[in-house]
Design a protein around this ligand. Structure first.
Ligand code: UD1
Ligand code: UDP
Length: 384
């Protein structure tokens, strides 16, 4: 029987971290030809993930520009995808999550009447401007997709409420699969700043902050809170791998450069990042992915946003929404530093997001959808 041609389309760091294990797994299935198209919405940060997972792209649209606009990313991806789809003629296109690559990749597939599978489907805040533009991207992809791979039962419920068409599966999140290969107790950092940190005796905080809705005043307030925290607490070391966006870098370096014990470093590869989280005291972030990874590693997380589409770990008590006001962020970080019982309550490993077998489930779900196996595979059910 002819192999199923599955084309995975992604373009940013978090999509790559969560899609590379899937592309690799699909490549091991005898019924599938697994192809991969990068939009190149990110360049260095994307290539670093491809290197770690030892993957080579079959197609690369290479669309990134400095200070790119949302319309620019979307239109360059749409135009580039036309040729790729005409050449590759895939049976299924997989997109991931909620970036502009995700939306434009799904729309291009729809224009060519190729079915879309949405990995990490069904996350919602209910506010179309937060996260921006991600909430709208993923909602629109929900209308286009025919296969919805939901990490959790809560994500599936969101899609049921929107009465999306197609098939809904609960698979767990592929990031937990990725962490099986990246997190190692004997890992040695390849970044000198990280190797010189004393994780046993210092309170090491891992920080990331990059979201578009935080650009401007919210990001300034967050950076001011971190500055104050470092100045007030000599026991603290803040490690901040600063995103390559010039908007983010101007803000971060403008406020935090030369602040003692704040380490502003370039983005680190995913192995270094996951092992940094595994060894740090706690995490402060506006990232989506870190809200899944840190709880799995038993690390408290302060989310530098007003809302989250990942309520599961908030409910489990390991994640708190800190908001974006200086005093609120500072107060919650100081509480974690000074109140042992608050820290201990938050620092327990919970993993509502997956069991490390999401890629296998997605592979089986695809085979079932195309009639290559008879029985519908079982859904993931979280024990947390
Ligand atoms: C994008 C996604 C966001 C995701 C984030 C993950 C959209 C609209 N946003 O946001 O959902 O959470 O990625 O990081 O899809 N840059 C480089 N090199 C790189 C990567 C970025 O120089 O490897 C710079 C470029 O100047 C680029 C800028 O960063 O223009 C912003 O990149 P962009 O993808 O537009 O936005 P992000 O904030 O990264
Ligand atoms: N990450 C990384 N290097 C860094 C910062 C983050 O590998 O310097 C990883 C992080 O562990 C997570 C992902 O990148 O897996 C999150 O990406 P990002 O914050 O850019 O996007 P989001 O998850 O918010 O969409």
């Amino acid at each position: 029987m002819k192999k199923l041609k599955v084309l995975s389309v992604f373009g940013t760091r978090p999509e790559a971290i969560k899609m590379c294990p899937l592309v690799r797994h699909l490549g091991t299935l005898p019924e599938v030809e697994s192809l991969c198209c990068l939009t190149g919405q990110h360049r260095e940060m994307l290539d670093s993930v491809m290197d770690i997972f030892q993957l080579k792209a079959d197609y690369d649209l290479n669309i990134m520009q400095a200070r790119q606009t949302l319309s620019g990313i979307t239109s360059r991806t749409l135009l580039g995808m036309d040729e790729v789809i005409e050449t590759a003629k895939p049976d299924l296109i997989l997109v991931h999550g909620d970036t502009s690559t995700t939306f434009a990749g799904a729309l291009a597939a729809f224009y060519h009447k190729v079915p879309v599978g949405h990995v990490e489907a069904g996350l919602r805040t209910g506010d179309k401007y937060s996260p921006y533009p991600e909430e709208m991207n993923r909602t629109l992809v929900g209308r286009i997709a025919e296969l919805h791979f939901c990490p959790t039962v809560n994500n599936r419920r969101n899609l049921e409420q929107e009465t999306v068409s197609g098939e809904l599966f609960i698979t767990g999140n592929t990031v937990i699969d990725a962490m099986k290969t990246t997190v190692r107790p004997d890992f040695r950092f390849s970044v000198p700043e990280l190797n010189s940190l004393d994780f046993q005796n210092r309170r090491v905080i891992a920080l990331t902050c990059h979201r578009r809705e935080n650009y401007g005043e919210p990001m300034r307030e967050i950076m001011e809170a971190v500055r104050e925290l470092a100045l007030r607490h000599p026991e603290v070391e803040v490690v901040y791998p600063v995103h390559l966006s010039p908007v983010v870098r101007e803000c971060a370096f403008g406020i935090l450069k030369d602040v003692p014990r704040v380490h502003l470093i370039d983005p680190i590869d995913v192995e270094n990042m996951h092992n940094l989280i595994a060894r740090c005291d706690f995490v402060m972030t506006d990232s989506g992915g870190l809200q899944e990874e840190a709880p799995a590693l038993g690390k408290p997380v302060l989310v530098l946003r007003r809302e989250t589409e990942r309520p599961e770990a908030v409910k489990a008590g390991t994640v708190k929404l800190a908001g974006v006001k200086k005093q609120d962020v500072l107060a919650l970080a100081e509480e974690l530093l000074t109140d042992r019982s608050v820290y201990e309550t938050m620092a327990h490993a919970v993993n509502p997001y997956g069991d490390g077998h999401a890629c296998e489930r997605i592979g089986q779900d695809i085979l079932w959808h195309f009639g290559r196996i008879a029985e519908k595979p079982a859904d993931f059910s979280a024990k947390a």
